[in-house]
Unconditional design. Structure first.
Length: 265
């Protein structure tokens, strides 16, 4: 299942910074362009870079369920100024950005309070809504959860036989993707895997990695794993808890290989 993750940031110094801008540039608060003038200096990117992450929202676009995790005042990452009153303000803003429609769908809209900023939605796979929320939060300071999947190749479309040719691990918190491809020796491939089929796999993986690179600078969301063609498919693997993405990839490879050998036996 695919989920959308949003992060809400709050700039505690917003009012003070606005006052400084008014003094520095002699802005008139009654001028119709005042809000735009301030927004030119303090935009969403500025708030996200300099503000505090106060909430994470996970949206299931299929069921339109939303899971929300608020920063608690007793969280070690919460600054001294963040208390119960500030958390209540965050809750109020979260309620405003979740808009329910008559057709029972829910939309996430930009914040009304200019001191808040919402990141663009990040789409990632997870087993369920709870797992998706845990992935975004991380269970502890040492370990976090990562989603994993693989690209499978079907040599013969008349057969159901397929095997992994690449394994990916994704960190939704940092939008980080690490991978291991099997263009050389493939421990999952049957003995019948020939040179021609290997070239087909290499070309497809080259296309996928090129699409991943282009998606980093694309202005619109790009899915490198969509429309892979009849001989390839993306399959989700169990999520893994690890200290980092490389560790998560290593664990995923070990588990997948152990499972593969067990099935072969």
């Amino acid at each position: 299942m695919a989920f959308r993750a949003y992060e809400l940031y709050y700039l505690d110094s917003y009012d003070e910074e606005v006052d400084d801008l008014v003094t520095m540039y002699d802005y008139d608060e009654d001028d119709y362009s005042f809000d735009d003038d301030i927004r030119w200096h303090i935009d969403d990117d500025y708030i996200i870079e300099n503000g505090l992450r106060v909430a994470i929202l996970i949206h299931d676009p299929d069921t339109h369920e939303i899971d929300c995790a608020l920063l608690q005042p007793d969280n070690p990452r919460a600054p001294d100024w963040y208390g119960v009153e500030e958390m209540a303000n965050v809750m109020a803003e979260v309620q405003r950005i979740m808009v329910a429609h008559d057709d029972y769908t829910v939309s996430i809209v930009p914040p009304q309070d200019p001191a808040f900023a919402l990141t663009a939605p990040r789409v990632f796979p997870a087993e369920d809504l709870t797992a998706a929320t845990v992935m975004m939060l991380g269970d502890s300071q040492d370990n976090a959860w990562y989603s994993a999947f693989c690209i499978e190749f079907t040599p013969n479309l008349k057969s159901d036989e397929s095997f992994p040719v690449a394994v990916f691990v994704y960190d939704p918190r940092d939008n980080c993707l690490v991978s291991k491809s099997f263009t050389g020796i493939n421990p999952f491939a049957p003995e019948t895997f020939n040179r021609r089929q290997r070239r087909i796999v290499e070309r497809k993986l080259d296309e996928i990695f090129a699409a991943i690179d282009s998606s980093k600078t694309a202005t619109q969301p790009v899915s490198p794993f969509a429309n892979l063609g009849p001989q390839f498919r993306a399959s989700r693997l169990p999520s893994v808890e690890a200290v980092g993405p490389d560790h998560a990839l290593l664990q995923t490879l070990e588990r997948l290989l152990a499972w593969w050998q067990e099935q072969a036996a």
